[in-house]
Design a protein around this ligand. Structure first.
Ligand code: NAG
Ligand code: NAG
Ligand code: NAG
Ligand code: NAG
Ligand code: NAG
Ligand code: NAG
Ligand code: NAG
Ligand code: NAG
Ligand code: NAG
Ligand code: NAG
Ligand code: NAG
Ligand code: NAG
Length: 800
């Protein structure tokens, strides 16, 4: 008997361990879903009930399943309609999964459902009208899917619905009035749908239980109907980002429970209605980006607002002092209006201000002293007003500040020293005032300063050495002041610098060593100071420099050739004391005004550096920056060609084209290289021509060139079509880079202005560089290179 019992027990135990019917159903649901994260992995068939399974909720007494919540489970597949077979199921939450395809219309078989949340899934198609047949549905959220088409008319018949969220779908019918029939609604959220242009249905004015009405970006047009009188429970009203026009209806001030009103980005006009003092719950009002006008009602400013955004409107008149009484005011954005008068004296005294932007108005008078009394101010933006007086000393203790823009006002006096060094400030804009005094050395504490814009004031004295500590400084604009003394050496430590504009000051001394660290410098303007010394060649290494203005200083010496590496949109070295040759690239008409008033430079620019055609060779000069070639070979070749050219002069046209291959260099005897002296500028031109012949494989005069000779043809063709069109196709393309460099040397040598032609010494040096170190060393060991390479080292006027 015992044995029998044991046997029966053993036999039946697998059965007794298997799950109940609802569990079995859920396992079927599980098998219909992709579950890449194993969210359903503890849905275990050997449990008796599914009540301990993740996402499953049961009635405590009957153990029957009442809720499914798979929020964020990342499950995929069609809506698991099988759930509707769970008779006591009241809640399905599938928020944020990958439920796809459409919501089946027999979802209404989920007869006991009170809550359905399929938000943030991949559902498409129309909303099933049968949803309204679920008699106890209280909460329906389908936001963030791709439902399209109309909102089904049946939706007007939900008997108990309190929350309807259709936000963020592709619903493209009208905004239907029948939703105003769902008298139980507390939340109506249909924002962000591409409805056809619709008016706000007046029926919504019947939703007396409504707490939140979100109609953001619903393609709403026309006026806001005057429907708010009965909405005594409404706390949030959002009709932002539509095309609403006309006045704000008077009944808006009947919304006695309203906490937040969002009207921004419409075309609302006219003056604010009166009666705001009734809205004692109002904390946030945003009516920015409309055409609202008139005074900002004192009544409104007397409310204990937390945020007030009315920017980009046409408001005018004074701001009531009562604004300063808001105990929680943190956000005040009134920029781009026509507001006048002073800011409330006590603004900030009672309010934890964080963001203040009243820029682009007509405010005047002094700044309130206590703007930062609560120590939370991040942004103080006041540009383009008529504020005057000194900056309140207290502001310099406002260590929370990150952005300060006081530009284009009528402030005066010294900046409180602490303000320069506020530790979090990234933008300090003081431009266009009458500030005076020095830049305080406390600026070294402004660790985060990125933009320092203090131009057009009366600042004087030295730029403090501590400026070099501002490792994030991107722009230093200090033009039109009285700054004097030297640039601090530390300024080269500003490796993030993009703009350094100090023109119209009284700065002197040399540009400090080490500016090649300004790798990001785009704009260097030191014009109209008293800088002296030479222009550092390192400027040529600032590869993103776009604007270079050093005019009206006392820079002397030569213009560094390295400047030719730059691609400048503005280039001005006028009115200095520069001398020597103009770098070839700049010897053209467009640069004429870049060098005015440098008597020692190239003599009279007009006469000495003319020629539009030569400008082509300037472009080619850029190629020069691509260096290296088999130099040895070329040194030989160059000299050989020099000789060759002399022969050529005698027997014009007798050159055998087939010989002009790079390989032919190798075969030339070295002896010419070691014995010849080639240093006359006229000869340089000659062998420049020969180099061009070599590289192009063309004769100096050819019918192909038309009016042009070889030199002009090369420059013209490179300019119009590119280098590839001038290179001799017979040349080994492996050497293309080197050949291009040789070509550049040829172009240099054939520069129309003798003064721009390099000396032979320079040419050889350039060729040598192309040749690379190794080959050179090899030759130097033999002691064979030196003869002509060093001899004319003192030759003046060399350009290369
Ligand atoms: C659920 O798990 C708890 C412990 O985790 C256990 O005590 C309880 O018996 C389980 N209930 C069911 C129905 O499996
Ligand atoms: C649903 O709940 C009722 C009691 O509320 C219970 O009698 C019934 O058995 C439950 N249904 C299922 C399938 O568990
Ligand atoms: C729905 O998701 C499942 C599981 O990822 C996939 O197999 C099926 O192709 C998807 N169906 C559609 C219509 O995207
Ligand atoms: C739901 O409707 C579809 C067709 O629309 C049908 O194939 C399916 O069997 C129905 N499911 C239930 C549970 O009624
Ligand atoms: C939903 O619509 C967007 C925009 O039309 C589209 O990019 C996306 O692929 C759609 N997703 C699905 C699941 O249909
Ligand atoms: C309005 O709601 C009532 C009851 O909830 C319903 O009987 C009626 O059909 C609805 N009307 C519309 C137009 O949806
Ligand atoms: C309604 O939409 C807004 C965005 O417009 C969102 O912040 C809010 O949470 C949504 N409310 C509901 C209940 O979906
Ligand atoms: C508001 O409801 C009342 C009755 O409940 C009805 O008479 C009136 O027409 C409705 N108003 C709108 C604009 O739908
Ligand atoms: C101000 O904010 C505090 C904290 O958030 C809150 O307790 C207080 O009620 C607010 N005061 C007003 C007038 O809104
Ligand atoms: C506006 O304020 C200024 C001073 O700030 C005052 O002189 C002027 O009377 C005020 N205007 C109005 C209309 O209140
Ligand atoms: C520095 O300024 C940037 C903005 O330019 C800001 O995002 C960052 O939080 C600031 N850091 C500190 C430490 O203040
Ligand atoms: C530049 O910075 C380095 C280290 O960041 C420092 O050692 C050097 O003194 C600084 N130079 C100047 C001139 O401040």
């Amino acid at each position: 008997m015992l044995l029998l019992l044991l046997f029966i027990f053993l036999f039946l135990s697998p059965l007794s361990l298997s799950v109940n019917q609802e569990g079995a159903l859920l396992l079927q649901v599980k098998s219909s879903l992709d579950d890449p994260n194993g969210f359903l992995s503890n849905w275990n068939p050997s449990d008796q009930t599914p009540c301990n399974w993740t996402g499953v909720g049961c009635d405590k007494l009957t153990q029957s399943v009442t809720s499914i919540d798979l929020t964020g489970a990342s499950v995929a597949g069609p809506f698991p309609l099988l759930l509707c077979s769970l008779q006591n199921l009241t809640s399905i939450i599938l928020f944020n999964n990958n439920i796809n395809a459409s919501l089946p219309s027999n979802i209404s078989t989920c007869h006991n459902l009170q809550q359905l949340d399929v938000g943030e899934n991949l559902l498409t198609g129309e909303l099933p009208e049968t949803l309204a047949d679920i008699p106890n549905l209280v909460y329906l959220d389908v936001q963030g899917n791709n439902f399209s088409g109309d909102i089904p008319e049946n939706f007007g018949r939900f008997p108990k619905l309190e929350v309807l969220s259709l936000t963020g779908n592709l619903l493209n019918g009208v905004v239907p009035g029948f939703l105003g029939n769902i008298s139980t609604l507390k939340q109506l959220n249909i924002s962000y749908n591409p409805f056809i242009p619709s008016q706000i249905p007046p029926e919504f004015g019947n939703l007396t239980n409504l707490e939140n009405l979100w109609l953001t970006q619903c393609n709403l047009v026309g006026q806001i109907p005057d429907i708010f009188e009965k909405l005594k429970n409404l706390q949030n009203l959002d009709v932002a980002a539509n095309h609403l026009e006309g006045p704000i209806p008077g009944s808006i001030t009947e919304l006695i429970s309203i906490v937040q009103i969002e009207l921004y980005d419409n075309s609302l006009s006219a003056v604010f209605p009166s009666g705001w003092s009734r809205l004692t719950a109002l904390r946030n009002l945003d009516a920015s980006m409309n055409k609202l006008s008139g005074k900002i009602p004192d009544e409104l400013l007397g409310l204990p607002l937390a945020s007030l955004n009315l920017y980009e409107n046409e408001f005018e008149g004074n701001l009531s002092e009562s604004l300063a009484n808001s105990p929680n005011l943190s956000e005040l954005r009134l920029f781009q209006n026509k507001l006048t008068g002073q800011l409330p004296r006590d603004l900030g005294k009672n309010s934890p201000l964080i963001w203040v932007d009243v820029s682009h108005n007509q405010f005047s008078g002094e700044l309130p002293e206590d703007l930062c009394a609560n120590g939370q101010l991040l942004e103080l933006l006041l540009i383009y007003n008529s504020f005057s007086g000194k900056i309140p000393e207290k502001l310099s203790e406002c260590t929370s500040l990150m952005r300060i823009r006081l530009g284009n006002n009528q402030f005066s006096g010294e900046i409180p020293s602490g303000l320069w060094g506020l530790p979090h400030v990234s933008l300090l804009e003081l431009v266009g005032n009458s500030f005076s005094g020095q830049i305080s050395s406390s600026i070294g504490g402004a660790n985060n300063l990125s933009l320092l814009i203090i131009a057009q004031n009366n600042f004087s004295g030295l730029i403090p050495e501590e400026i070099g500590m501002l490792g994030n400084l991107y722009e230093f604009s200090g033009s039109d002041n009285q700054l004097s003394g030297f640039l601090p050496r530390s300024i080269v430590n500003l490796t993030q610098l993009g703009t350094l504009d100090l023109h119209n000051n009284k700065l002197s001394g040399e540009i400090p060593l080490g500016i090649q660290a300004w790798k990001k410098l785009n704009d260097l303007n030191l014009a109209n100071n008293a800088f002296s010394g030479s222009i550092p060649a390192e400027i040529g290494s600032l590869s993103v420099l776009n604007y270079l203005d050093l005019s009206r200083n006392q820079f002397a010496g030569k213009i560094p050739l390295e400047l030719q590496n730059l691609k400048l949109n503005l280039f001005n070295l006028s009115y200095n004391q520069l001398s020597g040759d103009l770098p070839p690239f700049f010897a053209k008409e467009v640069y004429k005004n870049s060098f005015l008033g440098n008597p020692g430079l190239c003599g009279d620019l007009e006469g000495l550096c003319p020629g539009k055609d030569d400008s082509k060779s300037g472009n080619v000069w850029l190629l020069r920056s691509i260096f290296m070639l088999a130099g040895v070979v070329l040194i030989v070749g160059v000299v050989w060609f020099h000789l060759r050219y002399r022969n050529f002069k005698k027997s014009k046209g007798a050159i055998d084209k087939s010989k002009w291959t790079l390989m032919s260099f190798h075969k030339l005897g070295f002896k010419y290289a070691y014995t010849l002296r080639v240093n006359e500028k006229s000869d340089i031109y000659s062998f420049g021509v020969v180099i061009l012949e070599l590289v192009t494989g063309k004769r100096p005069v050819d019918s192909e060139f038309g009016e042009k000779d070889l030199v002009k043809w090369v420059a013209f063709t490179i300019d119009q079509k590119g280098v590839d069109h001038v290179l001799d196709p017979k040349l080994d393309s492996c050497f293309k880079e080197e050949i291009c460099k040789v070509l550049n040397i040829g172009l240099l040598c054939t520069s129309p202005l003798p003064i721009n032609r390099p000396s032979m010494r320079r040419v050889v040096k350039a060729l040598q560089e192309i040749g690379g170190e190794n080959q050179l060393k090899a030759i130097k060991k033999d002691g064979k290179l030196s003869p002509y390479y060093y001899e004319d080292a003192s030759e003046p006027g060399s350009v290369l």
